[in-house]
Ligand binder design. Structure first.
Ligand code: CO
Length: 493
């Protein structure tokens, strides 16, 4: 492992090299099933359960390149930890679109993020079909393993084999074609349900006005509460935040121009335009559906992910990763050629809302480029101290995520483990140690793409001290393309 102190003398200031980074976006068409035997360090025997990850597995269809990784077919990995042994498995989600395209050997659907069918705009005009690509997150809830994609219903997988069973309507909660977002939160102790955990998720129907529906499910998957609220204007909302009493949504200042999409020139996601002179609107929706929604305005900015939120002293704090503008996808560009230095980094901000006075303050918590925040599961929606995130190796500037950072949000203290110059990290997941008494006492798991060996590693870090060498590094026999989100279940599959 290389830390900031013992890095080789860099040939440039960048701790990465773009050709290395690009290799992590090669497709992985193969499906594997094996016990991992190439391990540095020792896997803790007490670490028992399964880490599920989701992300685009294919960045091309039979050589036809996708325009954006977000358009790639979902491939789920299951990494099962059992008494010190670790098993790896990956499988594509067999969506209808995946099966049809694999059979045809070519792109049949337009992607939301600009992938077009071959044949130019004429071949794409007035084609509004979407392909449910099931590539964004994967959760085990109510004894069901669900691959999530925000614009349509989940796909249910067999948690043991990762075989795709079918599209899932959650025992009738969702109607055909209903969406279910890819960012559910688990409220560890719901006040409405006598302290039992519940899963809170949403769906959004964008339009001239947009409808947000909030779903709350009990641990068996049964619907506890559902409510819908209509907000003015188009909304592009990927994630939200929860507290014991509220759901909080950020309506980024964007507009949608459907004409280039309809005419076949651009994907729908490429028709979203950032409006830098308009405020971000923050919708505070009480989980008690009889109470009114409140809307506050914040300075312009774009948020994909919220780290956490909590209520304290009559205020609501929301910690979110903000961009100064929406990273628009250019129609004729290749995402692999992105100029990191030309873009503004995502940075962690705290928004403090005073609902009674309709007042809002914001404060920069971390300047370093960061993404994929993760908090201890017991502190979701509660005052907390430690935030784990993917981060850039350097403290300033925009760059690929090569490090895992632990930020103490109460003191600003940072700990960093860096995989630079060859490693590129993914979302960290914190698994509390059994009998832990400290919020940071757990294992931090992350999948790291190692460009030097063109393979991926599962790295286990000690949440109590991220500056230490990893507890273990498990080498896969192959690479996994950069993924999106995943989750942990204490069940061993
Ligand atoms: Co996300």
């Amino acid at each position: 492992m290389l830390t900031q102190e013992n890095l080789p003398t860099p040939t440039s200031l960048a701790p990465y090299n773009r050709e290395d980074w690009q290799k992590g976006y090669q497709s992985q068409p193969k499906e594997y099933d094996y016990w991992i035997d190439d391990i540095e360090g020792e896997v803790p025997v007490a670490l028992q359960g399964t880490l599920f990850r989701n992300g685009p597995g294919l960045l091309d269809v039979n050589g036809q390149r996708l325009h954006h990784p977000f358009d790639g077919d979902g491939m789920v990995c299951a990494i099962a930890f059992d008494a010190g042994r670790v098993h790896f498995r990956n499988r594509f989600v067999r969506t209808a679109g995946f099966l049809a395209e694999q059979k045809a050997g070519k792109i049949l659907y337009r992607g939301v993020f600009g992938t077009q069918k071959p044949g130019g705009w004429l071949a794409n005009a007035l084609d509004f079909q979407t392909k449910n690509i099931a590539n964004t997150n994967v959760i085990y809830w109510g004894s069901k393993l669900l691959a999530l994609w925000e614009a349509a219903e989940p796909h249910r997988l067999d948690p043991k084999t990762l075989e795709t069973l079918d599209k899932e309507n959650l025992d009738g909660i969702l109607a055909e074609g209903d969406a279910f977002a890819a960012h559910p939160w688990i409220d560890p102790s719901c006040e409405f349900d006598g302290g039992a955990p519940c899963l809170v998720n949403f769906s959004i129907k964008p339009g001239l006005s947009s409808t947000i529906t909030v779903y709350e499910l009990d641990p068996t998957g049964k619907l506890l509460r559902r409510q819908s609220r209509t907000i003015p204007g188009f909304a592009f909302i990927h994630d939200f935040a929860i507290t014991p009493n509220y759901c909080i949504f950020f309506q980024n200042p964007v507009r949608f121009n459907p004409i280039p999409f309809a005419l076949g020139f651009r994907g729908a996601g490429e028709c979203v335009k950032f409006e830098p002179n308009k405020p971000t609107r923050i919708m505070v929706i009480p989980r008690n559906s009889r109470k009114p929604m409140q809307i506050l305005e914040a300075p312009s900015g774009f948020v994909f992910h919220h780290a956490n939120a909590f209520e304290q002293d009559g205020r609501i704090c929301i910690d979110s990763i903000c961009y100064e503008d929406f990273p628009e996808v250019e129609a004729n560009s290749d995402f692999r050629q992105v100029d990191f230095e030309a873009l503004r980094p995502g940075q962690l901000w705290r928004f403090t809302l005073n609902l009674r006075e309709q007042a809002l303050q914001r404060q920069l918590l971390l300047e370093r480029c960061c993404e994929f925040p993760y908090v201890h599961p017991d502190f979701v929606g509660r005052p907390y101290r430690y935030l784990f995130m993917g981060a850039a190796h350097n403290a300033i500037g925009n760059a690929p995520l090569q490090a895992i950072i632990r930020l103490d949000v109460t003191t600003g203290e940072q700990q960093l483990w860096s995989a630079a110059p060859w490693g590129y990290v993914s979302e960290p997941v914190l698994i509390p140690r059994p009998d832990a008494t400290q919020e940071n006492d757990g294992w931090v798991l992350t999948l790291v793409y190692d460009a030097h060996h063109h393979r991926s590693d599962i790295v286990i870090l000690d949440g109590r001290d991220l500056n230490r060498e990893p507890i273990a590094r498990l080498h896969l026999k192959h690479h996994i393309p950069y993924g999106l989100h995943g989750s942990w279940t204490p069940k061993v599959f």
